[in-house]
Design a protein. Structure first.
Length: 364
């Protein structure tokens, strides 16, 4: 039997989820007889292996419409492909409920991969109930951390398989050596970095509050890299609290690794995650990490605080204390970093990618 897979990913934006998405697709296409990707996004063709078939709308007219309309167009393309050939497995890379429902109605097997912990789904009880019911219809559910797997079972009664984000260490190190803009001065100041979308989830405002609290005590410079709807809010806070000489905001970078390499300390302030890629990438480049103890991922990556420092979500004073501790105890922190760096083997590129293939192969 020929192994054909349809990967459903309506929107591709260029963040951590997308990095995993390209890695998984380009690996699977070499193992399967056919792999097609259904998406509305058109600017990422070069990211895919030449053997991957992209299915996108023939017209660009849909670019002007809302995300919800775009998702419906993607679902329409999915239905067309399934009707052409029902001897296929659908892989919903972001556990899209419309995709799962369509697959069940058309009697096609579907794998759902969820990359955001249950706490981040919705506060609406009805929406959570619907998502629970629909996700349970999947033939297999994949999550990206053990903590996430436990939460899903405990809160929603859903069984899942944990596959860590595949980490291509050689590629990260190679890209970190490429020429890039210089984001810090040559001074002896503590160089602090944060990379992520400017959204409520990523909560960079907590970082700025901690830096305001610290600016009289520690000589530092900080850089926040990303894009998103909260950019103006962050810029206003920096201006209003006289942080311009301490903090700069830079636009999203397609290759963040040279930026990470320039830093001394990486800080994550998220309210919730799945398994934050940026922490793994920072560890590959041997950068110390201070992270919010959010659900899910950071605690698992940082060995429950034995491989980095954790603080309570949203507690800017606690974060400030952790930054001060790092500043005054770099030798002790280096020992923690060595532990978390050594533990990166569990995120091995080939080992985790092979897990995806085995799940798909077992469903045929």
């Amino acid at each position: 039997m020929k192994s054909k897979v349809l990967v459903f990913m309506p929107s591709i934006e260029g963040g951590g989820v997308e990095k995993n998405f390209f890695l998984v697709c380009n690996y699977l296409v070499r193992k399967l007889s056919s792999l097609k990707v259904i998406t509305i996004s058109k600017g990422f063709k070069k990211k895919f292996d030449k053997s991957v078939t992209l299915i996108t709308p023939s017209s660009n007219v849909w670019d002007k419409f809302s995300r919800r309309i775009k998702y419906l167009i993607a679902v329409f393309l999915l239905i067309k492909e399934i009707i052409k050939d029902k001897n296929t497995i659908v892989f919903s890379f972001q556990a899209n409920i419309y995709c799962i429902i369509v697959c069940k109605l058309l009697s096609v097997k579907v794998i759902a991969r969820s990359n955001t912990a249950p706490i981040g789904w919705s506060n609406n009880i009805f929406k959570r109930y619907i998502f629970k019911k629909v996700l349970n219809l999947s033939d297999e559910v994949i999550v990206n951390s053990i903590e996430f797997k436990k939460d899903l079972k405990k809160e929603l009664g859903i069984n899942s398989v944990c596959i860590y984000n595949p980490l291509n260490r050689k590629e990260i190190i190679k890209k970190s050596k490429k020429k890039s803009q210089k984001i810090f001065s040559n001074s002896n100041k503590l160089k602090i970095l944060n990379i992520g979308r400017f959204t409520d989830q990523k909560d960079q405002l907590t970082l700025l509050k901690s830096l305001k609290y610290l600016k009289k005590d520690i000589d530092f410079e900080a850089c926040i890299v990303g894009r998103g709807i909260f950019k103006k809010k962050l810029q206003n806070y920096i201006s209003e609290n006289k942080l311009k000489s301490f903090v700069k905001i830079l636009d999203f970078s397609k290759n963040p690794y040279p930026l990470i390499k320039q830093s001394d300390l990486f800080i994550l302030t998220s309210k919730f995650e799945g398994l934050p890629n940026v922490l793994l990438e920072s560890l590959v480049l041997k950068k110390f990490i201070i992270s919010s103890d959010c659900r899910t991922g950071p605690k698992e990556i940082l060995l429950n605080g034995k491989g980095g420092l954790l603080f309570k979500v949203g507690d800017y004073k606690a974060l400030a204390k952790k930054i001060s501790y790092f500043f005054c105890n770099k030798k002790k922190c280096k020992k923690l970093l060595i532990k978390s760096h050594r533990a990166l083997n569990r995120f091995d590129y080939n080992y985790n990618l092979l897990k995806y293939f085995k799940i798909i192969n077992n469903l045929f």
